[in-house]
Design a protein around this ligand. Structure first.
Ligand SMILES: [Mg+2]
Length: 308
């Protein structure tokens, strides 16, 4: 009995030796037990898989979805620069999942200054639309430009500029500085306090304007006087009024994006009269109202979370 128990063990231990002598009782060979199969990977429940697929379908992917951001108040504090960690988050974490783009009323130089400095935003982002898309770049290449000068003609342009300067000369504010009219490719920017004001003066005017409706009153006056030119007057940012042909609001940039089925737009001025209002409510976009760059980041992190 004992022999029957010990012999197989002995054979197993001295297998090489026994094999060299040509004697291995085959019926006594012990095969090493096969390793247990690895546990099957934990499968997500059918319910959660369906939920994630639905979320992914709803939000799309990099192939068919663009996340388009306003600049001031959405990616940066007004007229200030983007925080490096938000810029990196957009380029390193969001861009692999979705196309990313910006659309701002400012000219290209200011947008570049605010978003990373130099011209890196032009190559880092899939789309950069300066002046609401009147200057348009895709993946570093210019894809279109338009000009208000061509559109309304020099005579009408001077008629408007002269009128605006005369209007501004008649109002008194807590402070006035320089650069009251800024001519851009696609718009005229009228600024009662003057664009060369300091940050503190800018905020002071913004608060003053909330009470005294300086820009609102000015826009109404301009509308009455220049209704015949087909111009639109839109309060943008904290200190100025953007003047441009009707339809040249932020929806203008959508004309470059008709091959992208899902466009999510993020903006902070989405109420009537705000410079994000038209694109926010456009049927080609899904609008997201945000209150600050931090709020934008929070919403993006939630979107990415739903895809995981
Ligand atoms: Mg804004």
């Amino acid at each position: 009995m004992l022999f029957a128990k010990v012999l197989p063990k002995f054979c197993q231990l001295h297998r090489p030796l026994l094999r060299s002598y040509g004697f291995i009782p085959s019926h006594l060979l012990l095969k090493a037990a096969p390793p247990p199969p690895p546990p099957p990977p934990r499968q997500p429940s059918k319910q959660s898989l369906i939920g994630k697929r639905k979320a992914a379908r709803r939000m799309g992917s990099r192939d068919n979805t663009l996340l388009l951001f306003d600049v001031d108040g959405t990616l940066t504090p007004s007229r200030q620069v983007i925080k490096p960690q938000l810029y990196d988050f957009l380029v390193k974490d969001v861009k692999p999942k979705f196309k990313i783009g910006v659309v701002g009323g400012s000219d290209l130089v200011k947008i570049c200054e605010q978003l990373g400095g130099g011209t890196r935003v032009i190559s880092d982002f899939d789309y950069v639309f300066a002046e609401n898309g009147l200057v348009a770049y895709s993946s570093g290449d210019i894809i279109g430009t338009e000009s208000i000068q061509k559109y309304i003609g020099e005579e009408n342009l001077q008629r408007f500029i002269n009128y605006a300067l005369a209007y501004l000369s008649k109002i008194t504010l807590p402070v006035k500085r320089g650069t009251f009219i800024e001519f851009r490719s696609g718009m005229i920017n009228v600024c009662p306090v003057g664009r060369s004001c300091s940050q503190a003066e800018r905020l002071e005017f913004y608060e003053y304007d909330k009470v005294h409706k300086i820009r609102e009153t000015m826009a109404e006056d301009f509308r009455r006087e220049f209704g015949d030119l087909g111009l639109q007057f839109s309060i943008g940012g904290q200190i100025s009024l953007d003047v441009f042909p009707k339809g040249w609001d932020k929806t203008y940039c959508l004309s470059y994006l008709d091959k992208i089925p899902n466009i999510h737009f993020f903006g902070d001025k989405t109420s009537p009269g705000g410079n994000d209002y038209e694109i926010f409510f456009d049927s080609r976009t899904k609008g997201h109202t945000v209150t600050s760059p931090e709020d934008t980041e929070k919403e993006l992190r939630e979107m990415l979370q739903k895809l995981q």
